[in-house]
Write a protein that binds this ligand. Structure first.
Ligand code: URA
Length: 428
């Protein structure tokens, strides 16, 4: 087959700060997906994009080309609005679990395609798999049926959505080009738009435990993704939220499910409740529902009813006991004072090293492993009091988890206050 363009010419354009035409972009994504552009050529192009950027029209076309590489789901037959949430990932971020059933209470269907964890941030599917019997793989027909009958689905993304992104992401991962904002934004949004949601709320995390450590870059990513959503006709809003300290009091798998169920029962840590309610309000507003009171639906059991049905529909037993780690060790407060810092990255790495996360895609996670925190920033602590409990089935992991936590805790004199701002900004 005669190719419409030459990969080397495309690389040179971006290397020299040029703009790619829509036809050049369509060809690039298609040719790479079918193997007509070699990995080393695509790696060079990715690096040129990382260094020199792309304009809005280029990013939009790049995203559309990735969507066109695979199937596009369609929920219009449901006859009700759909809304989804995407978080850029953080430590203790279990918000999807209470949020999906909560939004469904108000008649907005939530098709939540989720992934597994890699590195220090946990994966929603890994957490839910700690529920006995629950299974993540649904056909498109089963997904549609569950959305119609229950209103919410959290399941694994099939391989048919944006296959170009899968190939491209694997290449970026090994060539130092993950961090390019045009590539991150198009990667995330191609999958969300192909999924077919009518509206989308993005939770873009900022801080040590997040992908984006500084606010300016997180803001740029959020603005780029909101623009892409709007270009594709998906009503999209982003919140910038803090990830300098873990969300809630648990980082792991089963222990995060347990905390989510506490939130669904009307309790749970205040930061998890606040972010769940705020994201629910944003999702409902994006879907055209303006008079809902999500906080009340957590208190009165309506969200819990949907959760129970959602878990049962996927083979899980929502009332079964969750797995518990075989071994535990306590980390004590080193001094008296106010806890002003509990570093998200350090806690995430500790949970990962305890067995809650995986280093390679094929690794298995331990359902019971993780870190249970006994105090959040702002709490007054006494020397020798338990600050955290480390949980694992394999006690030889404790030492490396403790090493990860060596500088995680900052205790200041009484009267000090941590800088606390869970929701930093809203971008629409
Ligand atoms: N998550 C994605 O899906 N893609 C990226 O590029 C980065 C994070």
């Amino acid at each position: 087959m005669t190719e419409a363009f030459d990969a080397v010419d495309i690389i040179r354009i971006k290397r020299d700060h040029g703009i790619l035409s829509p036809e050049q972009i369509d060809w690039t994504i298609d040719a790479y997906t079918r193997g007509a552009i070699a990995d080393e050529q695509m790696a060079a192009l990715n690096m040129a994009i990382l260094l020199n950027g792309m304009d809005r029209a280029e990013i939009s076309r790049w995203t559309a080309a990735m969507i066109a590489s695979g199937e596009r789901m369609d929920f219009s037959s449901l006859g009700r609005p759909t809304s989804d949430k995407h978080s850029t990932g953080g430590v203790g971020d279990k918000i999807t679990l209470p949020l999906a059933p909560l939004v469904a209470v108000f008649g907005v269907a939530v098709p939540q395609l989720s992934g597994r964890g890699l590195g220090h941030t946990g994966g929603t599917l890994d957490k839910l798999e700690s529920i006995p019997g629950w299974q993540p793989h649904l056909s498109n027909e089963d997904m549609l049926r569950q959305l119609a009958e229950v209103g919410a689905v959290i399941c694994a993304a099939g391989t048919g959505l944006a296959p170009a992104d899968k190939k491209l992401y694997a290449l970026r991962d090994v060539t130092g080009t993950v961090e390019a904002i045009p590539l991150i934004a198009s990667s995330i949004m191609s999958k969300k738009i192909a999924e077919g949601t009518g509206s989308l709320v993005l939770d873009v995390k900022v801080g040590s435990g997040a992908f984006m450590k500084d606010e300016a870059r997180a803001r740029e990513l959020a603005e780029t993704m909101v623009a892409l959503g709007k270009d594709a006709g998906v009503n999209t809003v982003a919140l910038l939220t803090d990830m300098s300290t873990p969300l809630g009091l648990t980082a792991g798998n089963a222990i995060e499910v347990e905390e989510s169920v506490e939130v669904l029962a009307g309790g749970g840590p205040s930061d998890v409740v606040e972010l769940t309610v705020r994201l629910a309000e944003e999702m409902l507003a994006c879907a055209g529902v303006h008079d809902a009171d999500p906080a009340a639906a957590l208190k009165d059991g309506r969200a819990m009813d949907v959760w129970n049905r959602m878990i049962e529909a996927q083979g899980g037993d929502p009332r079964a006991a969750l797995p518990v780690a075989k071994e535990s060790e306590v980390v004590l407060a080193p001094a008296d004072g106010v806890l002003v810092g509990l570093d998200a990255l350090a806690v995430g790495v500790a949970a990962w090293r305890l067995g809650a996360g995986r280093a390679r895609k094929e690794d298995r996670v331990q359902a019971g492993a993780g870190v249970r925190m006994h105090a959040k920033p702002g709490a007054t602590v006494r020397a020798g009091e338990p600050l955290m409990t480390l949980l694992t089935d394999t006690p030889e992991r404790f030492e490396r988890a403790r090493e990860a936590l060596a500088d995680a805790v900052v205790i200041a004199p009484e009267g000090s206050r941590p800088a606390q701002r869970l929701i930093i900004d809203r971008i629409a």
